[in-house]
Design a protein around this ligand. Structure first.
Ligand code: HEC
Length: 276
């Protein structure tokens, strides 16, 4: 009994330490960050039953397409991924996203580099669901010469930065804070003050302008709404199997629970006539 207690105490100390360490890590950013710049949202996809907010992720794709995609690529994604199970545009009528007219339509809006089947010359053609999202720049040097710094690929950016979804959401909304005097002279041409960015200087101009987007579903395009929506979309692209994984995880917990009860009952049965 004593050993079990010791083990339990050790485990809870471990969990508590890990929890504190990871939340400190998640807070990130410079220590003089203005209060409230790093936001802590209750994301629908966190927690054991987490799910993406489908409508928001769909609007988020519209933001990616109309705003972010002029600079940022999504090189881990193919168009068909948008229509797979658990994805923003999944439809039960089209379990195979290659047949989904919506996905075909999205793909066809992009120009894909290819070669001519007859003479091998370079051509471009409209995308098909099996194509990957195309690169925006030929290479990082070109991307940097246009933008000051190369805009990183956004496919897994939500996983790639400490703070995850909160970080992306906060970064997009942090351009309006007043710059402290200590930053005077530190922001060169083509750079912007953004307290959530490491070092508080970023080469990305502010992206979300009130009303810049007209949402297809009629939602009002406030800055917060757009930041929320694109975060849902990019959280999905960084972890497209989250919903399936959580479902399996929950099933496994129930299975283990039942197994524990059965084992306990059989233990009682086996030992019932033995004095101890
Ligand atoms: C005009 C080009 C441009 C557009 C449009 C643009 N970005 Fe960026 N973005 C950049 C550049 C350049 C960087 C690199 C900044 C740096 O390293 O200082 C960047 C960096 C980022 C980063 C990484 C920040 C970090 O922690 O390193 C994220 C996240 C990001 N952008 C998200 C977005 C989202 C979401 C959109 C659409 C709403 C968007 N960007 C639209 C140019 C752009």
């Amino acid at each position: 009994m004593k050993t079990i207690k010791t083990l339990l105490v050790a485990a809870s100390i471990g969990i508590a330490t890990f929890g504190t360490a990871s939340s400190v890590y998640a807070a990130g950013g410079p220590s003089d960050m203005p209060e409230g710049a790093m936001k802590h949202e209750k994301w629908s996809f966190n927690g054991p039953f987490g799910k993406y907010d489908r409508a928001a992720a769909q609007r988020g794709y519209q933001i990616y397409k109309e705003v972010c995609s002029s600079c940022h690529a999504l090189d881990q994604l193919a168009f068909r991924h948008l229509g797979e199970k658990g994805a923003p545009f999944y439809s039960e009528d089209f379990p195979n996203p290659n047949d989904n007219p919506l996905i075909k339509g999205f793909a066809a809006e992009w120009e894909i580099a290819d070669i001519d089947g007859d003479d091998g010359s370079a051509i471009t053609r409209p995308g098909i669901p099996a194509d990957k999202f195309p690169p925006i720049y030929a290479n990082d040097i070109e991307a940097a010469s246009v933008n000051g710094k190369p805009p990183p690929d956004l496919s897994v950016i939500v996983k790639a930065r400490g703070g995850g979804a909160d970080y992306l959401y906060s970064l997009l909304l942090a351009y309006d804070y007043e710059m402290p005097d200590s930053m005077d002279g530190k922001i060169g041409a083509g750079s912007y003050y953004n307290p959530v960015m490491e070092g508080a200087v970023i080469a990305m101009p502010p992206q979300l302008v009130e009303g810049a987007i007209e949402y297809e579903d009629g939602t009002e395009a406030t800055k917060q709404q757009m930041a929320y929506d694109v975060t849902q979309f990019l959280a999905w692209s960084a972890d497209p199997k989250l919903e399936q994984r959580k479902r399996v995880g929950f099933g496994t917990m129930i299975y283990l629970g039942i197994l524990t009860i059965l084992l306990y009952l059989s233990y009682r049965q086996v030992w019932k006539d033995v004095e101890h």
